[in-house]
Design a protein around this ligand. Sequence first.
Ligand code: SF4
Length: 408
Amino acid sequence: ASHSERDAAPLPRRRTVGVSVGGVMVGADAPVVVQSMTNTDTADADSTVAQVAALARAGSEIVRITVDRDESAAAVPHIRERLERLGIFVPLVGDFHYIGHKLLADHPACAEALAKYRINPGNVGFKDKKDRQFVQIVEMAIRYDKPVRIGVNWGSLDQELLTRLMDENQRLPRPLSARAVTREAIIQSALLSAALAEETGLSRDKIILSAKVSQVQDLIAVYRDLSARTDHALHLGLTEAGMGTKGIVASSAAMGILLQEGIGDTIRVSLTPEPGGDRTREVQVAQELLQVMGFRQFVPVVAACPGCGRTTSTVFQELAEAIQSDLRKNMPLWREKYPGVEALNVAVMGCIVNGPGESKHADIGISLPGTGETPAAPVFVDGKKVATLRGPSIAADFQVMVADYIER
Ligand code: SF4
């Protein structure tokens, strides 16, 4: 069998219309953008500024905040201003439900401070008010020259549209399953809303679509279909992904497959934080997903073996962990000082079986001694053995060598 580069590459990205979100390009040729959302009460400006700052510092390139009432809308311009005083210019997206049209009209400073408005077509209004209120938000976007995301979510799907499609389905000779009709309603809600936004006068390069569901297979089916039916930029995300490893695995499985097929221009990993958990985890997971798939490079790669019965001590796990967190912590500084540093590969290996081999493939690698081996740890730089570390300071010595390598 012959193996070409194409065998080990994703399908070409689907061509979408690029949208600038406060200067961050989403779609067209731009790299897939990482975004996240706060879980603070936006009216509490102190907590919101702190969380947006943390998310931005962790690498979120766009941050969404909820704007649910007058007090939150009034806080938005102050949040923007305070972030800028901290040197943080990450675009802020306002998440609107039910009364977005009213909040944007009553709070012009909020409308101006936001870089994008998220509209949920399922709850922008009901019956005869629905289209009018949707159009009002779109008109605000046109007035303030902002893009919108038309974000359909199956938990708040347009019930009128769903009922109509269910009725039509019943009249078909071979009706589809209720689940398939729901998927179609989600897609149609996004497409019909985008068409209405365009009829209102919003240009195509101001519209991003999303159609979030909570099951992996549904998400894949919905986005495949949606991307075949439109060239609007797409925001990917699995809604209600869940807590801990379940949320991470479900989001990675669903989005990984879609990204591999060239679908998706920006991603959000929605994780339910553990009590007291760190909100920035979702940014880290999104970055790691894009990085392991080879789409983007955010932090140097640390290849660490899983460890096994041949691993002698906890030095190995501790070292791998310390190197990883050191790199992550220093990245913002290093990225400025040493362009390209994120392409670095570091290996931390537990014994002689794969240690020297893997370490030689890395830019810098260490092979720690396993059970029964001489207590010495050879270090390889650019494929050549340059040192052998011994004694209790192996970990600290290797950390210094990594820092030296980066500086050189
Ligand atoms: Fe085990 Fe050695 Fe393989 Fe690590 S490199 S998993 S310690 S055999």
